[in-house]
Design a protein. Structure first.
Lengths: 286, 276
């Protein structure tokens, strides 16, 4: 073996090592966090923890009202953001071309909005939904604030989904005398669903982990909510409160974090499964 | 001024042995098209005879495909595209801004160069346009799907898997499905934009035979780069050419006239393979 080819070989070996080391490093951090939470949280986690109300400021008891509040906040957020998001994405992708001034303005605004810190959304939600609209500290205020926060991600990725649909579907549908409405519902929307699902997963991930925006809008109250106008404490706020403000709350904070993590994985898994089995089948050859 | 031969001598091949109706189905007068300020083709006056196959031949970029898109107003979808002149379909003014283009496109179907079935099941590819045009009875749809698939020779190949994705078909089968999808609406004419050029030679032959078999029942206008194909299946041929950057109609006449006694030097050079 010549000297130069030897050095190339050892170079290659070195870069292989480097890449593996980096990959291992990233995976290790993730596994470390995961195992830490599972290690400390799993001991507390049982059926009773999931089905009873917190006692002694959360040191004892479970998180049933917290889970319900979180689900309701997420529900409000999705119920508002999905129709508005898909509608805006359709407008941007199908009814304005890329050169259009209005479209460019909307897109630029969305990109700026996507980068706004969540605490700013929280303050806005508090000023607008809680005070101006008089919804007070409530699950509704919290859900609507999260919807504002999630919309930019949802719109942009759904729009990308629509733009990724080959233009010949639109052309061949038009050539068959099929109206734009039918084309949209029957052809473009199913084909754009993968983009929507990606946006939804990212959006839900951001919403379910949100703390700052919810402190000012949905509040702290850890009772079981009776309506959307009640204040409700989200899981992330519960974790924050237990670990920062309640001495001796660490164990239950870990257990709550584990629940949050499992919820997140479940939502991601369901979305991926839906895209793969239910909608994918319509779009690609079986 | 280009005048078509009044009497066709159609003993060229078997496909052309039955005479077609020499009445023009569509007639364009001084048709021009611009993308923005750039002219694509100008002053095209061309009759398209009922029940006949008219072939548009010529080099790339001379506006053949754009000409096709004018006839079913698909040009409406292209931003910055401006069409002037006249297109008559019987007594109908195709250029009328108030015309219902959805109904026009039901009367004039279109087949594209690349097979483009919808990403739906084979059955739904045909059912979608039918439902859109008001046919909702399941039995009636099934009946029309079967008849049309038989017409394009696809029924025996797909009858057991109508609910599988149309994208699982081969290229040639997909193109025949696209033709079926257009035919299921019972159009009067079909515009075909190089329907065989994206297919392998065997599939291409099958699709070509299918197109030839639609003659007389439908008015067909086909863009093709394959001169031998034009000669085999067409009744009339029009030669487009780019002159000074603009597409123009050089010569129009029966296939025999264009291929055997062309009036223009350019036509003679093109059909003999010396130009283009």
């Amino acid at each position: 073996m010549s000297e130069s080819s030897f050095s190339t070989a050892s170079n290659r070996q070195f870069s292989t090592w480097l890449v593996w080391a980096i990959a291992l490093f990233v995976t290790t951090i993730f596994l470390w966090i995961l195992s830490d939470i599972i290690w400390h949280g799993a001991r507390q986690l049982n059926w009773e923890f999931l089905t009873t109300a917190p006692r002694s400021a959360g040191r004892k008891g479970g998180i049933a009202p917290i889970i319900v509040s979180t689900a309701l906040i997420l529900g409000v957020c999705m119920a508002v953001s999905v129709p508005v998001g898909v509608g805006t994405a359709v407008l941007l992708a199908e009814f304005t071309d890329t050169e259009n001034q209005f479209g460019r303005l909307v897109r630029r605004s969305l990109d700026v909005l996507a980068g706004v810190p969540s605490i700013v959304f929280g303050l806005f939600g508090n000023a607008f939904f809680c005070k101006t609209l008089g919804l007070g500290f409530s699950i509704l205020s919290g859900g609507l604030t999260l919807a504002c926060m999630v919309l930019p991600i949802l719109i942009r990725s759904t729009e990308e989904g629509f733009r990724a649909v080959p233009s010949h579907y639109r052309l061949s549908a038009a050539a068959l005398g099929i109206s734009r409405t039918t084309t949209l519902w029957q052809l473009l929307l199913p084909a754009a669903v993968p983009g929507l699902v990606v946006g939804l997963v990212l959006g839900v991930g951001r919403a379910i982990a949100e703390t700052a925006a919810l402190i000012f809008t949905s509040g702290y109250v850890d009772r079981m909510p009776e309506s959307l106008l009640d204040s409700g404490r989200a899981l992330s706020i519960h974790i924050f409160d237990l670990s920062m403000n309640v001495s001796g709350g660490d164990a239950n904070a870990y257990a709550s974090a584990l629940v949050l993590l499992v919820l997140l994985l479940l939502i991601n898994g369901t979305a991926a499964w839906m895209a793969e089995h239910w909608l994918h089948r319509r779009i690609t050859p079986s | 001024m280009i005048t078509p031969e009044p009497h066709l001598n159609l003993q060229l091949t078997n496909a052309q042995s039955v005479p077609c109706n020499p009445q023009p189905f569509i007639q364009t007068e001084n048709l021009s098209l611009h993308y923005g300020k750039k002219p694509v083709f100008t002053e095209i006056t061309l009759p398209i005879h009922q029940g006949c196959i008219t072939a548009l031949v010529g080099p790339s970029g001379c506006g053949k495909t754009s000409f096709l898109s004018c006839l079913n107003r698909l040009t409406d979808l292209i931003p910055g595209c401006r069409v002037s002149g006249q297109i008559r379909l019987g007594s109908l003014d195709v250029m009328d801004a108030k015309l219902n283009t959805l109904l026009l496109r039901r009367r004039i179907g279109m087949i594209f160069q690349k097979p483009n079935p919808f990403p739906l099941s084979i059955w739904k590819n045909l059912a979608l346009p039918l439902r859109e045009h008001g046919i909702r009875n399941r039995e009636q749809i099934d009946q029309m799907v079967e008849t049309t698939l038989q017409d394009v020779g696809l029924w025996d190949e797909v009858k057991d898997r109508l609910d599988t994705s149309a994208l699982s078909l081969s290229g040639g089968q997909q193109q025949r499905l696209c033709i079926a999808r257009a035919l299921v609406l019972k159009p009067e004419a079909l515009l075909l934009d190089e329907p065989c050029s994206a297919l392998d030679p065997i599939s291409s032959g099958v699709v070509e035979d299918l197109i030839a078999s639609l003659r007389v029942r439908y008015t067909l206008l086909i863009v093709t780069h394959n001169l031998a194909q034009a000669r085999r299946i067409a009744d009339y041929t029009a030669l487009f050419w780019v002159q000074e950057g603009v597409g123009r109609l050089i010569e129009y006449g029966s296939v025999r006239q264009i291929f055997e006694s062309p009036q223009e030097g350019l036509t003679a050079a093109y059909v003999n393979g010396m130009r283009g």
